[in-house]
Write a protein that binds this ligand. Structure first.
Ligand code: ADP
Ligand code: MG
Ligand code: MG
Length: 897
């Protein structure tokens, strides 16, 4: 097997399409080499070796060493240096991890590998630069010691051990803080010696001198880091399978630390926070790349390179254009300049906020870089709701005091109680508090806290710091590098000028502007909401609004799957229609019974002892329901409305405290015992599987009669007023064809009566929910009585999995941690199990009625993966809550492209 893929001097074994085998970094290094960009030579050890490593007790395939030797030989040939050379310029390498999907800051990198007491002397001699050579050696021992040998902070230490040695030395030698790049050759020699002592003390072994031993150790550490805690947390969050593994890249070093003509940087070809078409990033003179991202020295803006290193900057701008044209997407690049010459070390598609994604896509269509279909695909459906998220209320923000300014790293508005460490932030969020995580700077250990927080604020670090990267990816509001605040971990305070905020106090951050406010601030809806729903002209003029509307038009052009909404009021209907809903997929009539004093009539109905009394109570409910339906039909302007007949168990409508029972007894003029007795009678051990759904109307057909009458009389009213209507009456929880048949007979009879009575004609459909397994399995029999099916995937999931949605909280997390549920099955459809029941129902339903109308109305209708599944199943529509409609439209379009 070929385990090693080389690249260099314009040629490469692999290419950009081989990310599964070579990892994202390795594949793109090969691709950049092939298109003629300046990439230092190297090779990739494939992800298959990682799999082998874990399958075989952390050992390697026998042939690997020989293939790596050939890889090194190839680099030596191209570079003209020898690995481990103690005479001439020694070939030094970077050992870099590279998973299929980038995992920022999650895996460890070792630079300057190949140095030892002999090769460092050779390097100093060959470059005539002792400071540089020993700077590299110091860095190497520090990184290798940390990553490979595990010389790391213990719980009772405040600082990283190597950093502590440096601090101590600086104070001894200079009495003050100086930056690392000002350390002399002698300083670095002394530090190397102290580092070696530290390694010996901590590990019991001397620092490895043999370059091959170093190389194998580093490769092993990269493979090992695939299973470290933070990598596991990250993979869980983003659903990356552990089985993918990581590749290892071994690449010839280029040096940004040779002096003022050198440097390192990271950049996005466009601004990943707001989408602006300008090079965006950071850069440090006389530094190796780790210095830029570590957040230790605050880097300069990349535009500053134009002055510091003009020729290399021009080169970089050229590369920017080539990369965007080649990859046809915004790139996130890492580069180094050695003595004025630019080298590219990495490129990948840039992570972006939803706002940036929208603008990138719209702009690139205009620039003819991509098609509109690609533009649709470039907007992540699960992030689209970020665009609908609130911003700070302008007036409130004007009144509030700005306590600091930082970099706008994750757009949006967030207000919350501050917590200074991840554990406490998580604990507070679990209690339901809104939390802001405030740190000097973040590291991968803070990930849990960042996930739990509404927003993230850091005092140090630039736009490519860990905090900024992760925030952008998670869509968190983030302000970083707010240097005016002082974070004191011991006292648990955040100080800005003379204001002191304690843990638990409120701060607010505006991640679009980079502003930090003292106290709690109110928010207001985004321009997209105000533009669409309130028809605010100023909002409609914004670029964000226009790009959004454009995107939705493209979605309509691409899609085959309709999107409806779950709505119970005319207000909700209007909002959903503004978002592009094509009708109602589910109206839950029971919500209507809780309004005003209707509940009294409802309770009378439930408490009634005879059919006659029940009918009397139902008569009182009829006008209310009719009015509700009329309002909804009117708001829909002729779009279809699926209305579900009464579904929940009756006890849900009854008072369950002694006090409220006494209250009701008085109102109804009956003894309180009568009420408590009836409540007791209706009590069920397992209401989810009890007397509910169509079972109610089987026992009490007059309920279905009343509801049908209300629906059809409202329809008749509309027809008389010239408002078009399309009611679709839906019977819940059907498992037997006969259940549906009985209901359908009632509904058709009532429809005929209303038509005759009012003297008008209208069309309507009668159908059923498929939400219990027996219903799905006997869909052919059921279809004989149904004009449509709507999958009620909430109940179908409950009944198929045998899991109650309300009781899963106690085991959900252990089920996810043990990889039993890939995702919460109530949020994202279990396509293998529940999906199979749906497939059966579709097939059997169509075998009887080829053109039976099919939809879904569970929560899943707003989940992108579930929408994709529904598209494949050939459903006519999905239905979701009003604010999820744009997400569903986007997901539906993407499924069709
Ligand atoms: P990560 O995946 O964490 O970004 P990388 O493998 O990209 O890790 O390495 C981190 C940094 O190390 C890079 O940004 C780059 O500046 C530096 N680096 C990596 N490879 C080389 C190299 N061949 N020469 C010089 N610097 C390098
Ligand atoms: Mg990198
Ligand atoms: Mg249901």
């Amino acid at each position: 097997t070929k385990y090693v893929y080389t690249w260099g001097a314009g040629k490469a074994d692999g290419d950009g399409s081989m990310k599964a085998l070579l990892g994202g970094k390795g594949a793109n290094l090969a691709e950049m080499t092939k298109i003629g960009l300046p990439v230092p030579a190297g090779f990739t050890v494939t992800t298959e070796v990682c799999t082998y490593f874990y399958d075989n007790k952390r050992t390697y395939p026998a042939v690997l060493r020989a293939q790596m030797e050939a890889g090194i030989a190839n680099m030596e040939k191209i570079m003209g240096y020898k690995f481990g050379d103690s005479e001439g310029f020694p070939l030094l390498v970077a050992v870099r991890s590279g998973a299929r999907d980038s995992m920022p800051g999650m895996m460890d990198t070792v630079l300057n590998l190949g140095l030892n007491d002999k090769t460092v002397a050779a390097l100093a001699k060959a470059t005539d630069n002792e400071r540089f050579a020993w700077d590299c050696y110091r860095r190497f021992i520090q990184m290798y010691g940390d990553v490979v040998l595990g010389v790391q902070k213990t719980p009772d230490e405040d600082h990283e051990p190597f950093e502590a040695v440096i601090e101590k030395y600086k104070h001894e030698a200079y009495g003050s803080d100086i930056v690392d790049s000002d350390l002399t050759a002698e300083d670095n020699k002394e530090l190397v010696s102290r580092f070696k002592t530290l390694v010996k003390d901590r590990t019991g072994h001397g620092f490895p001198e043999d370059p091959w031993e170093q190389l194998e150790g580093a490769a092993g550490a990269v493979f090992g880091s695939w299973m470290n805690d933070r990598a596991i947390v990250y993979r869980r969050k983003y659903g990356i399978p552990a089985a993918w593994g990581t590749a290892v890249n071994v690449q010839a070093m280029v040096f940004g630390n040779t002096g003022p003509n050198s440097g390192s940087g990271v950049a996005f070809t466009r601004n990943p926070a707001n989408g602006e078409n300008v090079l965006y990033g950071e850069f440090l003179v006389n530094a190796q790349g780790e210095d830029v991202v570590a957040g230790v020295r605050t880097p300069d803006e990349v535009s500053g390179m134009a002055e510091a290193l003009p020729a290399a900057f021009k080169e970089l701008m050229k590369v920017r254009a080539i990369l965007e044209k080649h990859f046809r997407d915004v790139q996130d690049v890492e580069f180094t300049i050695q003595d004025g010459k630019l080298y590219m070390l990495q490129t990948r598609n840039g992570k972006r906020t939803a706002a940036a994604a929208l603008k990138f896509a719209a702009d690139m269509v205009k620039e003819k870089l991509i098609s509109w279909e690609t533009a649709v695909m470039r907007n992540p459906a699960d992030q689209l709701d970020q665009l609908l998220a609130p911003v700070f209320d302008i007036n409130e923000a004007k009144k509030a005091t700005v306590i600091a300014k930082g970099l706008p790293a994750g757009p949006g508005a967030a207000s919350g109680k501050i917590y200074l460490n991840a554990d406490r932030a998580v604990a507070a969020a679990e209690k339901g508090e809104k939390v802001l995580l405030v740190r000097v700077e973040t590291s991968p250990e803070d990930l849990r806290g960042m996930i739990a927080a509404e927003g993230i604020l850091t005092a140090r670090g630039g736009v490519s710091s860990h905090a900024a990267l992760v925030a952008r990816q998670m869509g968190k509001v983030c302000v970083c590098g707010a240097s005016a605040i002082e974070v004191d971990y011991d006292k648990k305070t955040v100080t800005a000028g003379d204001q002191v905020f304690k843990e638990g106090d409120f701060l607010s951050i505006d991640g679009t502007a980079g502003t930090v406010y003292g106290g709690e601030l109110a928010t207001e809806p985004s321009e997209i909401i105000t533009g669409l729903i309130n028809n605010k002209k100023a909002s409609q003029k914004t670029e964000k609004f226009q790009n959004f509307v454009q995107l939705m038009e493209w979605c309509s052009k691409a899609t085959r799957l309709g999107v409806r909404t779950n709505a119970d009021t005319p207000e909700q209907v209007k909002n959903a229609v503004a978002f592009g809903a094509e009708g109602i997929g589910l109206t839950r009539t029971e919500h209507m019974f809780f309004e005003g004093d209707r509940i009294d009539a409802m309770r009378e109905m439930i408490l009634a002892n005879t059919e006659e009394d029940r009918k009397k109570a139902l008569k009182k409910l009829l006008p209310h329901q009719r009015k509700d339906f009329f309002g909804i039909f009117k708001a829909l302007e002729g779009k279809p409305a699926t209305i579900r007949l009464l579904d929940p168990p009756l006890h849900e409508f009854l008072p369950n405290t002694e006090e409220s029972q006494a209250d009701l007894a008085e109102k109804m003029g009956v003894p309180v015992e009568e009420i408590s007795h009836r409540v007791h009678e209706l009590h069920e051990q397992n209401p989810m599987l009890g007397h509910r759904g169509c079972r109610l109307a089987i026992s009490y057909p007059e309920i279905a009669e009343m509801q049908a009458q209300a629906i059809f009389e409202a329809a008749a009213q509309c027809v008389k007023k010239g408002i078009p209507v399309k009611p679709e009456v839906m019977v819940p929880l059907v498992g037997y064809a006969r259940e549906l048949e009985l209901q359908v007979n009632i509904i058709h009879r009532v429809a005929a009566e209303v038509k005759a009575d009012k003297g008008v004609e209208f069309d309507y459909l009668v159908g059923t929910m498929i939400e219990v397994p027996r219903g799905a399995l006997t869909a052919d029999e059921i279809a004989k009585h149904a004009q449509f099916f709507s999958f009620g995937t909430n109940d179908l999931t409950q009944t198929a999995l045998g899991v109650s949605r309300d009781d899963m909280g106690s085991f959900l997390s252990s089920y996810q941690e043990n990889d039993i549920y890939p995702k919460n099955p109530f949020a994202s459809l279990d396509t293998t199990g529940v999906g199979q029941l749906m497939e059966i129902a579709v097939e059997k339903g169509r075998s009887v009625k080829p053109d039976i109308k099919l939809g879904i109305c569970g929560e899943h209708g707003g989940d992108p993966d579930s929408v994709t599944f529904c598209h494949k199943l050939g459903l006519a529509y999905v239905s979701c809550s009003p604010y999820r409609v744009p997400v569903a439209r986007l997901a539906a379009a993407q499924a069709a492209i």
